[in-house]
Design a binder for this molecule. Structure first.
Ligand code: FE2
Length: 413
């Protein structure tokens, strides 16, 4: 197979008009409502908890995405806009140095004030003003506003996934192991056989081509040389990972990167995050539907990069480079490439050739995090539908396990 034909099809599918005002209003309303819909089963107390420094309270997420619209659109561009509360700039700025000082991330759970009701009123205040901005901006202003509305909506969708990631960790640390949502009837079937898909490699193109929305870190599109490679036809399963555990995977230093082995010993890892042993020795797994018995056919999730890498080494394989993953994803129809679990790659999160972050505070969105993190590809079941692309580059530190992260094996052809 060669990717060129599939690639041009992909480019035309991605071609999209610039955001028009009716679309902006509709998508703004839908995206904001979707965030609130995620909180329907949560109490104000649930939304207050910060279970570790990496986790943000649901209430903070709801306020921070609102702050983004207020700070980057309403304050600079809507005449006469009065901020809801001047103190919120300090409380809900995440990491934008250009915008000023901020409340320390590990202490977000201490913000018992403002209460949830005030955060919801903040959202309503900003929503009203955003509708006015979208409807009344003159044409010249709109051409500058539209890309920022698009960015703000995509930013809020990223936080929708973070709300689910974070509340899962919060509920996991509650000794009652409460469910985030009611359990669906469990459908269990064996995993399909693992096949190997061969790719020619050669000179390929990856990265976003600029048609339609993408985050800055997805481009520029550029050429890379790939040796022939193979990719597993599906994600690795809990059953396969259990075989790694039972073969002493967490006790064999030779399977681990040095930093990974340090993490195993320091953190006392013996299984993926959210695995637990029941009283009768049964293996249980904590999900957004509460504790369930482990399904050996389900894709294994909540692995760190170190665990994914050690499992791949134990399997006699390796993780795919992100360039291999994206090249394979250009062929339609490959199972479980998108929307199941983020897939760890062997690639460090660094800039593509000729990448330049945007000017100003928005340039801090992605570019300054290009150090010490690894790339994940594919989106997951918690990613809002339509949010991700095959060029999408997620990134986490290699010891992070609370994202919905799994593993797809690769190999040299
Ligand atoms: Fe953010």
């Amino acid at each position: 197979m060669t990717p060129q034909a599939a690639s041009s099809e992909l480019r035309s599918a991605q071609a999209a008009e610039a955001l028009g005002r009716p679309d902006a209003l509709r998508r703004y309303a839908e995206t904001r409502a979707a965030s609130l819909a995620l909180t329907e089963g949560l109490s104000a107390e649930d939304m207050q908890v910060q279970s570790m420094p990496d986790v943000s309270p649901t209430k903070w997420h709801l306020a921070h995405v609102t702050w983004f619209f207020e700070t980057f659109l309403l304050e600079p561009r809507l005449a006469g806009y009065a901020p809801f509360d001047p103190a919120y700039g300090y409380l809900f700025n995440s990491y934008y140095e250009a915008v000023g000082e901020r409340h320390p991330r590990p202490r977000r759970g201490l913000l018992s004030r403002p209460p949830l009701a005030d955060v919801l009123a903040y959202r309503a205040h900003v929503d009203t003003a955003m509708a006015r901005l979208i409807e009344t901006a003159d044409e010249a202003a709109w051409s500058e506003i539209a890309p920022l509305v698009e960015l703000g909506l995509n930013h809020e969708q990223q936080h929708q996934e973070l709300i689910l990631m974070d509340i899962k960790h919060v509920l996991w640390l509650n000794p009652l192991a409460p469910a985030y949502r009611p359990a669906e009837p469990a459908e269990r079937a064996g995993a399909p056989a693992l096949d190997w898909l061969d790719f020619d490699g050669g000179l390929v193109e990856i990265g976003h081509d600029g048609a339609g929305f993408a985050f800055d870190n997805e481009g520029p599109r550029h050429k890379v040389w790939l040796e022939p490679f193979r990719l597993a036809s599906r994600l690795s399963t809990c059953g396969e990972y259990l075989a790694f555990i039972e073969d002493g995977g967490y006790a064999r230093a030779e399977l681990w990167l040095s930093d990974g082995w340090d993490a195993v010993r320091r953190e006392g890892w013996t299984a993926p995050l959210y695995w637990r042993e029941g009283d009768d020795g049964e293996r249980l797994i904590f999900t957004l539907e509460g504790l369930r018995s482990l399904d050996p056919a389900a894709p294994v999730s909540h692995l760190s990069h170190y665990e994914a890498d050690a499992f791949a080494r134990w399997s006699g394989r390796r993780l795919p480079a992100e360039q291999e993953w994206e090249t394979a994803a250009q062929f339609p129809g490959l199972p479980q490439m998108t929307g199941v679990l983020w897939q760890w790659t062997a690639s460090p999160y660094v800039a593509y050739p000729r990448y330049r972050p945007p000017e100003g505070a928005i340039g801090e969105y992605n570019g300054k995090f290009m150090s010490g993190q690894m790339v994940l590809r594919g989106g997951c079941a918690a990613t809002p539908s339509g949010h991700a692309r095959i060029t999408y580059r997620n990134f986490f530190p290699p010891d992070a396990r609370w994202a919905f992260s799994g593993v797809r094996l690769a190999d040299d052809a």
